[in-house]
Design a protein around this ligand. Structure first.
Ligand SMILES: Cc1ncc(COP(=O)(O)O)c(C=O)c1O
Length: 437
């Protein structure tokens, strides 16, 4: 339908009915071929000097990370779990950047223990903490400085820099900080990182951001300091809604080429990185939910599905000002004149709507609905524990092979996690009773 490997009929030639029979619904399906195609398309158009990092926040599934790692993509992580995931997926420490404004001591200590490529520091207090940890471990840790620049990113749906934000260190403080870098003997200030915003569909806007970032990096490269690497962020978007157009990758490549060439000429030894989440994985995934009931309510036709906004918050408008329909379809055989449906999930809230006023062939219980372009910010950005339904299953199709790459949350495990554990006893008798239990 939108992507040759993920159509209304099936994924990589396997029918949705067959997949739903072995996976159970609701589930996310990913296509390995779509992932490979996306990466190849990016590499065809982007200047080769730009190294790619995958941002796990878009989708932390270990098997997807592994597929990207196998093709030479590095990793940008923001939590201990993401860090351990990429290690399991085959990343070596030198492939990993750790970003995020609220890193814990445990996370920083693990970065130092591994000696990852760089901890991207977002505040001066974080630098102090990292200095102390690295010194105590007798190590030198490489650091990137995340900059909150004075310029604004244009055309991003969500702006991360250029205004008061919890991210990064203000541009105005950077020159002073770099001049004082000797105060951090256990840290090597090796890089700069700037991330302007997400969901950018305008090639020129990405190029303008990049030009501003590289100019700022050059301005900061004074007083005998030069970055070993510059991470220019990215924020490349995919179209979800009516009237949104695909990002023109050829135009983006053409607009970036002279900027990257000039940068390479000015600093030939400085590595360049672009970190991407959504663009790499969004259209590799489909969320599949099954119709449980159909009904009328005061003149409106509803199809109630077994997975809704609890599994796919974005499709219900989570994180957006306005709820709009993701690309969606009845999967498998079409059949029949279209009828207008509101698609809802199993939650007891009227906001659990994943499709509004959608024209679909007549639906019956058991029919499958696919929400396309759902490989990024799907379950990972959804309240999967709402009403205790738990995380849906995830499957990866690679040719004729199908892997379950994440098990559905098991009821017994979810209940076991709520087993009370005494943390503080009111008196000795209570403590003794707890021991007996
Ligand atoms: C620092 C940082 N890097 C990377 C990303 C991934 O962005 P995207 O999925 O738009 O590529 C984000 C998203 O918020 C981010 O905050």
């Amino acid at each position: 339908m939108l992507e040759p490997h993920l159509t209304r009929e099936g994924v990589e030639g396997l029918s949705w009915e067959a997949l739903a029979r072995i996976a159970g619904t609701p589930f996310y399906a990913y296509s390995a071929a779509a992932l490979r195609d996306n990466l190849a398309r990016l590499r065809r158009h982007l200047p080769p000097a730009l190294n790619l990092l995958y941002s796990l926040k878009a989708n932390p599934n270990r098997s997807l990370v592994q597929k990207l790692r196998e093709q030479g993509v590095g990793c940008e992580v923001c939590s201990l779990a993401e860090l351990e995931t990429v290690l399991l997926a085959g990343a070596r420490p030198e492939h990993i950047l750790f970003v995020g404004p609220g890193k814990s001591e445990q996370e920083l200590a693990r970065c130092v223990e591994l000696g990852i490529k760089a901890v991207v520091a977002e505040s001066e207090q974080e630098l102090d903490k990292l200095q102390a940890l690295a010194a105590a471990a007798g190590k030198i840790q490489t650091v990137g400085l995340r900059v909150n620049p004075d310029f604004q990113g244009s055309k991003a749906r969500l702006v991360m820099g250029g205004k008061p934000r919890q991210f990064g260190i203000d541009e105005a403080r950077l020159a002073g900080l770099l001049a004082r870098r000797d105060e951090y003997p256990a840290l090597r200030f090796a890089g700069l990182h700037i991330y302007m915003g997400t969901r950018i569909l305008d090639a020129q806007a990405v190029a303008d951001n990049t030009g501003n970032i590289l100019e700022l990096a050059r301005a900061l490269s004074t007083g005998g300091w030069r970055p070993d690497f510059i991470d220019i962020g990215g924020g490349l978007g995919v179209p979800y809604f009516e009237k949104e157009r695909e990002l023109d990758l050829a135009a983006l490549g053409a607009a970036l080429a002279p900027l990257i060439a000039a940068q390479r000429q000015a600093m030939p030894d400085t590595e360049l990185y672009m970190e991407l989440g959504r663009f790499l994985v969004a259209d590799c995934g489909v969320f599949v939910t099954a119709v449980r009931y159909t009904k009328w309510s005061k003149g409106q036709r509803f199809a109630v599905c077994d997975g809704g906004s609890n599994c796919h918050s974005a499709a219900a408008g989570g994180g957006s000002m306005l709820r709009r329909n993701f690309p969606l379809a009845k999967l498998g055989a079409a059949g029949g004149e279209p009828e207008t449906y509101t698609l809802s999930g199993p939650l007891c809230t009227p906001t659990d709507v994943i499709g509004e006023q959608v024209a679909l062939p007549p639906l019956r219980p058991g029919d499958l609905i696919g929400i396309f372009r759902s490989g990024a910010y799907g379950a990972t950005a959804s309240p999967v524990q709402f009403l205790s339904f738990g995380h849906p299953a995830e499957v990866l199709v690679d040719g004729e092979t199908v892997w379950q790459v994440r098990a559905r949350d098991q009821l017994q495990r979810m209940l076991a996690e709520q087993q009370p554990r005494l943390l503080r006893a009111a008196d000795e008798q209570e403590a003794a009773d707890a021991l007996v239990c």
